[in-house]
Ligand binder design. Structure first.
Ligand code: NAD
Ligand code: TDX
Length: 347
């Protein structure tokens, strides 16, 4: 199988995992990463990818650059990861979220439609979305593809806006799109602002492990490689215009997640005295904090034959071990050095 993948946000957490996945499983395919290299973009995360792949440093809001990348690279797959992705940042500064997630997605759709109409062929645009667009669940029930959108944070509202644009491009123009809505990811290359890397790295450096509110908020955790495989499956076998929920069927409270990380670290890097759990600190809650997310992934299982391969236990061990084994990657982020790598690319 040979494809030409234009991957927006390919230097971020999930995007870089997707690029490595394609690099390793489709030696005939080519990737063009299109990434602005915001604080969340890290070229170190792409180290080791084959030299046949390329990186363009650019903003998805830059119409000319997007048009040029499409015209020159001629992708048949556009996988759209690029976004501002952190809920806490969206609360403090929502403007970038509206710009990148709404206006950026519009720009991509607009230019990709022009490109598609000029070239036709088996082109597909995959919108990588989130379960957060569905809002918050009570103690029971699951998000299905039919659940109405009820986003609660500036982040999820901006992702919902972008999903609606994608939907409209299908219904109005028959522009070939597929949307996936995934639950919380964890795994290698996740920026240490999200719960799991924050806890691993704070634990190791003897800092408090901050748990918002009462720690009883529930997320449905999925190992990032399983998400990448789900996206790939949707690209290959998904029906145009359809949405597919992707989830791990792994509901855990934040306190359970933090306890499990501490238990693994207690085994892998025992402290001289006590447990890493002693560092747990309850802090002020996130405003508007969604209580529970849980995905019903039966559609993608039944229609496309996808299901997660990693259990929470195995995925978690792999993740903690990855952070323990990649001290350089972590060190470059903590020192800010990773942001210097871009200078070689003229950004
Ligand atoms: P991330 O924040 O780690 O990476 C985002 C990437 O996008 C970075 O490389 C950044 O430089 C790039 N980017 C940001 N603004 C850009 C712009 N204007 N132009 C070009 N590039 C830009 O995010 P992630 O966690 O890898 O998430 C990727 C996608 O998956 C997002 O769309 C997110 O909404 C979605 N998603 C994430 C999760 C999760 O648990 N992390 C779950 C479901 C869906
Ligand atoms: O220090 C923390 N303490 C804490 O208790 C952090 C960073 C988070 N939390 C809580 C908030 C959430 O209930 O942990 C949970 C997970 O938080 P995040 O890692 O910030 O993820 P979340 O807000 O659930 O959103 C993530 O999953 C869906 C991604 O960031 C989104 O991009 C994705 O769409």
């Amino acid at each position: 199988m040979k494809h030409r993948y234009l991957v927006t946000g390919g230097a971020g957490f999930i995007g870089s995992n997707f690029v490595h996945f394609i690099d390793q499983t489709e030696p005939e395919s080519l990737v063009l990463v299109f990434d602005k290299l915001t604080y969340a973009g890290n070229l170190d995360s792409l180290k080791g990818m084959g030299p046949q792949h390329q990186v363009v440093v650019g903003d998805i809001c830059d119409e000319q650059l997007v048009a040029q990348a499409l015209a020159q690279f001629k992708p048949d797959r556009l996988v759209h990861f690029a976004a501002e992705s952190h809920v806490d940042r969206s609360i403090d500064g929502p403007k970038e979220f509206v710009k990148t997630n709404v206006l950026g997605t519009f720009t991509l759709l607009h230019q990709a439609k022009i490109y598609f109409e000029a070239n036709k062929g088996d082109f597909r645009f995959l919108q990588v979305s989130t379960d957060e667009v569905y809002g918050s669940l009570g103690e029971t029930g699951y998000f299905t593809e039919e659940t109405p959108y009820q986003p609660n944070s500036p982040y999820s509202a901006s992702k919902a806006g972008s999903d609606h644009l994608v939907r409209a491009w299908w219904h109005t123009y028959h522009f070939p799109v597929i949307t996936t809505n995934c639950s919380n990811n964890y795994g290698p290359f996740q920026f240490p602002e999200k719960l799991i890397p924050v806890v691993i790295l704070s634990a190791l450096s003897g800092k408090p492990l901050p748990i918002y509110g009462d720690g009883q908020n529930i997320r449905d955790w999925l190992f990032v490689l399983d998400h990448c495989k789900g996206i790939h499956r949707a690209l290959e076998r998904g029906e145009l215009g359809e949405c597919y929920n992707i989830g791990g069927n792994n509901e855990l409270t934040n306190l359970q997640v933090v306890h499990r990380i501490c238990e693994i670290l207690d085994l892998r890097r025992p402290k001289q005295k006590g447990s890493y759990k002693d560092q747990i600190t309850f802090v002020k809650d996130r405003p508007g904090h969604d209580r529970r997310y849980a995905i019903d992934a039966s559609k993608i299982k039944a229609k496309l034959g996808w299901q997660p391969e990693e259990s929470f236990e195995s995925g978690f061990l792999k993740t903690v071990d990855w952070y323990l084994e990649h001290e350089d990657w972590v060190k470059n982020i903590l020192s800010g050095e990773y942001r210097l790598t871009r200078q070689g690319l003229g950004a």
